[in-house]
Design a protein around this ligand. Structure first.
Ligand code: MD6
Ligand code: FE
Length: 204
């Protein structure tokens, strides 16, 4: 079977009404699985984004155990809530992949948050793409190649935009340089939410 290759960008995939519905779904997730401040492996340095997850597995990080997927919320000890139906539907429409997503990472940014250049490499299934949804304020996003030193392209991700990293772009370095405060009125009080859908285990 062949899958779509590479980087795909769907500008304005979700209209305003869909963004409002997604935001409500995120609020439900957060009510069940509260946001927490993740810490970096080894140093224990706090990340500038707050996180939570939906799905069978959630991506977590802390000083002692590093980056990994866990079935339970690190603070409450409860299972993560289900991935919202709208996002499972998005995956079916754009992932071009036969297995369902297992993880939906929720990243919440304020105007000072950033996300350093990284590769999403904690998933066992590297054939599945990562599908990302942006809500709220604009973000300056960069994507490069498989080496950190490769040239980077910068682009603005706006509320409702969807990015798919598949094929050769699946292991490309990428990150968020900054969030532009006041560019969206979707989220009361401002800020940005990014949702990433992933397949973690290799489907049998
Ligand atoms: C963000 N996104 O947009 C961070 N990862 O806030 C990611 O780290 C990301 O957008 C994998 C695939 C798509 C992404
Ligand atoms: Fe990423």
């Amino acid at each position: 079977m062949t899958y779509h290759q590479g980087f795909r960008f769907f500008s304005g995939y979700f209209d305003r009404a869909a963004q409002v519905a997604l935001l409500a779904a995120v609020r439900d997730i957060v009510a069940d699985a509260p946001l927490y401040v993740p810490t970096m492996p080894h140093t224990g340095k706090a990340m500038s984004v707050r996180m939570t997850n939906a799905g069978a597995l959630g991506w977590v990080t802390d000083r002692d155990s590093g980056y990994r997927y866990e079935r339970l919320h690190p603070v409450t000890g409860n299972a993560w809530p289900a991935i919202p139906a709208m996002l499972v539907c998005l995956w079916r429409n754009v992932a071009d992949y036969p297995a369902f997503p297992e993880a939906c990472l929720v990243n919440v940014y304020d105007s000072k948050s950033r996300l350093g250049s990284h590769v999403d490499a904690d998933e066992h299934d590297r054939n599945a793409p990562v599908v990302s949804v942006s809500l709220g304020d604009d973000a300056v996003f960069h994507i490069g190649g498989s080496r950190r030193s490769d040239p980077k392209t910068r682009m603005v991700l706006r509320s409702g935009d969807v990015v798919v990293l598949g094929g050769e772009a699946r292991l490309a370095y990428h990150g968020v340089d900054r969030v532009r405060a006041g560019t969206s009125d979707l989220i009361e009080g401002g800020g940005r939410i990014n949702l990433t859908l992933r397949r973690v285990t290799v489907a049998s």
